[in-house]
Ligand binder design. Structure first.
Ligand SMILES: Cc1cc2nc3c(=O)[nH]c(=O)nc-3n(C[C@H](O)[C@H](O)[C@H](O)COP(=O)(O)OP(=O)(O)OC[C@H]3O[C@@H](n4cnc5c(N)ncnc54)[C@H](O)[C@@H]3O)c2cc1C
Length: 351
């Protein structure tokens, strides 16, 4: 098979790249190892209202579960409230609709297809059809890697990751507020309760090996605390887990290859948010790949520069704060003293 641009990964980054390419009339193949795009969901599903500038959510309203007005930060001793306007998505539908938009615009989507090798000399990827157990090759002029947080194609320095675990459970009182909990027993991370109608995504993320505590122990403690506060029920409806890269920007380009989304290390090193940056970087990578095809000139250096101009400073600040401040937050006094300098909703964070 031959295409002008191959895109590995049909998450928000990859599908946004494919949409940008197809809208510019560039042939592209979007490849995902999953059977159904968007499933399983490995996300707490909150995105700020800025997403509306990039994705027309009104054209697929079922991708939005509910609106959010506030963000609360709970340190155990104090509760801070911020404007937190945004949405809780149905990530499965959101991801699927983005991929469908790409297909409707002209992209070819291959699911059940795991890319396991990139041959950079031959400009070719090797793909395993996981159902048919057949291996085939796709030749490309440009390649976009949007394969998520930890994958075999990252050209990275050794990254640090947050290990996250989450359940979907019954929410006992509906809410329009996402709450983040800082506790000594959730070191180098935080817990969250994000409402989803009558349900809630409840999880914690901890950086390993910075934390010696087993994730399951911290999570049980967190669930006990939230249940005792009468916020959630006992039933576990779904359970998920995943990785969040927290080292900041990765390699973004290499020759005719561009990385975007989590694969480029674009998740915020403190909040862990990555949906919006995946969409922004995917669209940009698609735009630059399209122009590169049209002009027969590799313009990925421009992609790198533009991406850095948008994200580098804020990711660097967050990454530095993560390693300067988290060590001082290993007891409740440290948390209360330093939270304002660690969490980006506070003005002090920017000083
Ligand atoms: C528990 C948890 C909670 C989170 N909560 C939030 C939140 O509330 N808000 C927020 O903004 N962010 C959140 N994030 C981060 C967010 O989910 C990611 O930043 C976002 O999904 C990144 O999008 P992406 O397209 O780069 O990668 P992904 O969404 O990871 O998509 C990558 C795709 O590539 C495919 N793939 C991988 N390898 C291959 C291969 N070899 N061949 C073919 N396909 C492949 C995968 O199947 C997947 O579909 C959370 C993350 C976790 C783990």
């Amino acid at each position: 098979m031959k295409t002008e641009v191959a895109v590995i990964g049909a998450g928000p980054a990859g599908s946004s790249a494919a949409i940008a390419l197809s809208k510019k009339g560039i042939s592209n193949i979007l490849i995902d190892k999953r059977h159904t795009v968007g499933i399983p969901v490995q996300c707490a599903e909150f995105v700020s209202s800025n997403i509306s500038s990039y994705v027309g959510l009104s054209s697929f309203p079922s991708a939005v579960n509910q609106r959010i007005k506030y963000m609360d930060v709970d340190t155990g001793r104090s509760l801070y409230r911020f404007d937190g306007r945004g949405f809780i998505l149905n990530r499965d539908i959101f991801d699927l609709r983005l991929a469908e938009t790409a297909v409707l615009s002209g992209s070819k989507l291959l699911t059940d297809s795991r890319v396991y090798k990139i041959d950079r000399q031959k400009n070719c990827i090797e793909v395993l059809d996981v159902l048919e157990k057949i291996i085939y090759e796709i030749y490309y002029d440009y390649l976009i890697i949007a394969a998520g947080p930890k994958n075999i194609f990252k050209f990275p320095k050794n990254g640090s990751y947050i290990y996250a675990v989450q359940i979907k459970t019954e929410l006992l009182k509906e809410s329009d507020c996402v709450t983040c909990y800082f506790r000594p027993y959730i070191p180098y991370g935080y817990g969250w309760v994000f409402p989803k109608g009558n349900f809630a995504n409840v999880g914690i993320g901890i950086e390993k090996p910075a934390s010696a505590l087993p994730l399951s122990l911290s999570f049980d403690k967190f669930l006990n605390e939230i249940r005792s506060a009468g916020l959630i029920g006992l039933e576990i409806i779904e359970k998920t887990s995943g990785l969040v890269p927290v080292s900041g920007l990765n390699e973004i380009t290499g020759g005719n290859i561009a990385l975007c989304g989590d694969a480029a290390g674009l998740t915020h090193p403190i909040t862990g948010a990555g949906i919006l940056s995946a969409v922004i970087s995917g669209s940009l990578a698609g735009d630059y790949a399209a122009e590169s095809v049209k002009t027969s000139k590799n313009l990925f250096n421009g992609y790198k520069e533009e991406l850095e101009s948008i994200f580098k400073k804020s990711l660097l600040t967050a990454s530095n704060k993560r390693y300067e401040l988290y060590p001082s937050m290993n007891d409740e006094y440290g948390i209360d003293k330093n939270i304002k300098f660690l969490w980006p909703s506070f003005e002090e964070y920017y000083k």
